[in-house]
Write a protein that binds this ligand. Sequence first.
Ligand code: ZN
Ligand code: ZN
Length: 348
Amino acid sequence: MMKAWPLHAVGDIRMEIRPKPVPGPGEVLLRVRACGICGSDIPRVFSKGTYSFPTVPGHEFAGSIEAVGESVDESLIGRGAAVFPLLPCRACSACEIGQFALCENYDYIGSRRDGAFAEYIAVPVWNLLLLPDGVSYEEAAMVEPAAVAVHALRQAGVGIGDTVLIYGAGPIGLMIAQWAEAWGAGRVLLIDIEDEKLAFAQSRGFAHTCNAATDDVPAWVRGLTNGRRADVTIEGAGSSAALENAMHTTRPFGKVVLMGNPSGDMKLTKDGYWNILRKNLTVVGSWNSYYANVPVNEWRLTLDFIASGKLRLEPLITHRVPIEGIGSALQMMRDRSSFSVKVMYCAH
Ligand SMILES: [Zn+2]
Ligand SMILES: [Zn+2]
């Protein structure tokens, strides 16, 4: 038997004792060692619900392989792995070209099928990324957001010495900032509307921060860049204000990547629109990450960067809770009763 946190209805999540899953053919039984609570889990649990009920949330996870199903190599037992949470249909046109994140008929661990707010989970071998030496389970549980972060940056590319401007200083914003530095950015600028997030970013080594709620962001960016503005801007806040500012804070012929999860309609003023035209801006969207070798497996890339120490994800963890603490951690994040960046369920 095992402990798990199924969501029974919007707002109704409770820990239960249920049978350990049995790995089917092509699957392994993973003992969950770390699972991040994603920002998207808060609306999932408290307002939108999972695809159906009951479903156990939890999609940012890693664990150790405890058992294998039929036709799976037994030597995997004991290995650690991160998990790509999407199960593609393998039949649609997107799957045909390896663009699994764009699959038209996918299944998803932690929103459409049971996820990792549990002690154990059965996962197909195809979804496993075995951990290289030196990568902790906690870091491995952050490969998902870190792959989303690098995917966004790869949409624009970064030239050596470029100024990279990021709207949104949450976990993904801070990961993008680290990627940008590893990539050779000259300067990384972080914008948010919460002073606590900006102070955290500074404590993690990002000196250039600005509060968009109280400061004039375009003026601040011009001041820092000799009037030049950013070469690459990432809109990760998902707000109209950030979208608007992004068009004003990017240099002529610069690039703007849109990846923020909007909470309502995204609006742009006529002036913001003119900025796109007059400055010949390139505006691109970014969705999820690549999990195929063509053009590159961004999950594998992320793991390699963690293993080599170029990406340091552990300093982003502000809270670690045992499985019993998942319910109160979700409430804490919903109520913002305590400042948090990455909140993680850990089992050692
Ligand atoms: Zn997530
Ligand atoms: Zn598909």
